[in-house]
Design a protein around this ligand. Sequence first.
Ligand code: BGC
Length: 304
Amino acid sequence: MPASSLADRHEELRRASVEVILAGQAPSGGYVACPDFPPYRFSWLRDGSFVADAMSRAGEAASRECRSAEAFFDWVARIVEAGLGFEARYTLAGERDETEWPHRQHDGWGLWLWALREHTRRHGGGARWREAADATAAYLERVRLEPCVDWWEEREGVHAATLACIAAGLGDDLDLSSAEDRLDASLLVLPFLDFGAVDVSPLISPLISPGGGVHRHLDDVYYGGGEWLLLTAMLGLAEPDRAETCLGWVADHAERGGRLPEQSQDHLLHPETYDGWVAKWGPPPSPLLWSHAMFVDLDLAVRG
Ligand code: BGC
C-alpha cells in the first residue's frame, strides 16, 4: 500500500479508537476496560490512566477529547475523597469491586498521578484534583516497597513496572534495587515513562514473537498466551526504528469496525490452554480500551 494511504488508514483507526474510548466512558467518568467482556466491565486504575493520558494527548489536536480525560480524573478523585481505599479497580459507578480479582495493585495509582501531571502540563488546570492527588501520593510513599500484585493480576511481589509507575507518579528517580529480576514485557513501561537509562528492548527480546507481536511473559497461559496489542504498541514507542512496523502490526489486528482486541492468536505460547478460557469466559476481550489508547499514542508519535 502506498505510504500516504497507509497513513490515512492509521489515522482513520486512530479516530475510530477515540470513538471506542468515548463510547466506553460511563457517565460517571470511569472507563470500562472492555465493554463486551463481562469480567472486564470494571474501571481499572491502570487501564484508565493510560486511556486518559492518550485522550489528553489526542486532545491537543481536538479539544473535545481531553474533556473525557478530566472526567476520569474527577471519577478517581471522588473515589479517593470518599475513602474507598486504593484498590486496583472499581465499578463504573465508582463503588468497590467485590469480585475475586486481586485488589492490591499500586501501579495504577502511580499512573493516575503521572497522567494527571502530564495532562495539567499540556492543558493547564489541576487545582480541583490537588487534595486527591496529595492523598494518593501520601499513600504511595507509605506502601511503595510493599509487595503487591503485578500488572497481569497474577503474581505478588515487588515488580519493576510497579516501581516505575510509582516513581513516575511521585516524580522521583527510579530505584529498582528491590525489584524482582523477571522477564516481563511490562518492563516496556520504563521507557514509556521516560526512565530511559534502562535499555529494555534487549531484555524483552525473547518475548517478541516471530511475527513481531509482544507476549507478556513466557509462562503466560491466559487465552493461550498470545501477543498483546498494547505491548506491541509500547515496543514501537520505545524503539523509534520499530515504530512504523509495530503500528502496522497493531492496525493489521483490528477487527470489524476498527475494534482492537487485547491479544492476537497468531502465535500462542501455550495453545493447549486457549479452549479452556473460551469455555470459561467466551472469546478473548475486544475491544480493549487500553489497546486503543496505546494505538493512539503510537500513531501520534509516528506522525511527529
Ligand atoms: C490484565 C490487566 C488489565 C485487565 C483489564 C487483565 O487481564 O492482566 O493488566 O488491567 O485485564 O484490562
